[in-house]
Ligand binder design. Structure first.
Ligand SMILES: [Zn+2]
Length: 286
């Protein structure tokens, strides 16, 4: 492109982080933020992910008001959270709630890498746990889009305790016979990868998503030697740890097929049912 970078209005064009091609934002949105030149999956905000996943207007947030836990009174932690909130329009690093996909109801979680690296502290662990527990009560399948740098170091041990807690919740979901679909997006590392990410009944990844236990910073600090490519979705797929690698543009129809396979008869209607939620078909006349 012959134009100088600083002549371009920032909202009109975006640069592909992989091939550095300048891309027209509107076209990129139509392509669901997959680079039409090289196929790289650009990072989505939670709100963009929600828009391409759930039926319009179907989402209802759960557990929005959980308080921040700061047991160590870690220096600058609270201001950092406030900054992340302003930047992302999120209250924490995961959004959870009720949603419908092609009228099929499910519990949805979407993680935000831009919120303190998508790190898991008490609120993230608690929201994931409550999401699974509510889905057991309401007999709903669960879909979680994972993205994380790992545990939130500002919350120390409390952060690490979220790993067994969320893993136990995933176990209860399995015992209740309810499906859990985990979707790995770039990158998913550390405590999140080592807990609910790999406990899905079906584990899907976006192409080229980095996934593993030791994130780049841990590798750098500890001097760990990890063979290049091992912590990638493709390697994990090849070795049986991931069930499907799905292009983002095929994700909606893949989730639709899976949810329909689990319980396609359970579609919601446009009418409002009990508790203000959209009614399940067959529930309307009760
Ligand atoms: Zn590209």
């Amino acid at each position: 492109m012959a134009v100088e970078n600083n002549d371009i209005p920032p909202d009109l064009w975006e640069e592909c982080s992989s091939c550095h091609q300048l891309l027209y934002s509107k076209q990129l949105a139509n392509e669901q933020w997959v680079c039409p030149r090289c196929g790289y999956h650009l990072r989505l905000t939670v709100w963009q992910r929600l828009a391409i996943t759930a039926d319009d207007g179907s989402f209802e947030e759960w557990d929005a008001d959980l308080p921040l836990v700061d047991p160590l009174e870690f220096p600058d932690y609270r201001p950092k959270v406030e900054q992340a909130r302003a930047k992302t329009q999120m209250s924490e690093a995961v959004l959870t709630g009720w949603a419908a996909l092609e009228q099929m109801p499910f519990g949805l979680g979407i993680m935000d890498l831009d919120f303190i690296g998508g790190s898991m502290g008490w609120v993230v662990g608690e929201r994931i746990t409550r999401l699974m527990e509510r889905c057991i009560e309401q007999r709903l399948p669960v879909v979680i889009f994972c993205a994380s740098g790992g545990a939130r170091m500002q919350e120390s041990l409390i952060s690490l305790m979220q790993m067994p807690k969320t893993s136990a919740a995933a176990g209860k979901l399995r015992q209740a016979g309810l499906p859990y679909i985990s979707v790995i997006t770039h990158p998913t590392y550390g405590g999140v990868a080592a807990s609910y990410t790999f406990l899905g009944d079906i584990i899907i990844a976006e192409p080229q998503a980095a996934v593993g236990f030791a994130g780049p910073r841990v590798v750098e600090v500890t001097g760990l030697e990890i063979r290049p490519g091992v912590q990638s979705a493709e390697f994990q797929y090849k070795h049986g740890m991931i069930d499907l690698i799905v292009n983002r543009q095929d994700m909606h129809r893949t989730l639709e097929a899976l949810l329909a396979w689990f319980d396609g008869t359970r579609r919601v209607s446009a009418a409002t049912g009990r508790n203000g939620r959209p009614a399940l078909v067959g529930e309307i006349d009760e």
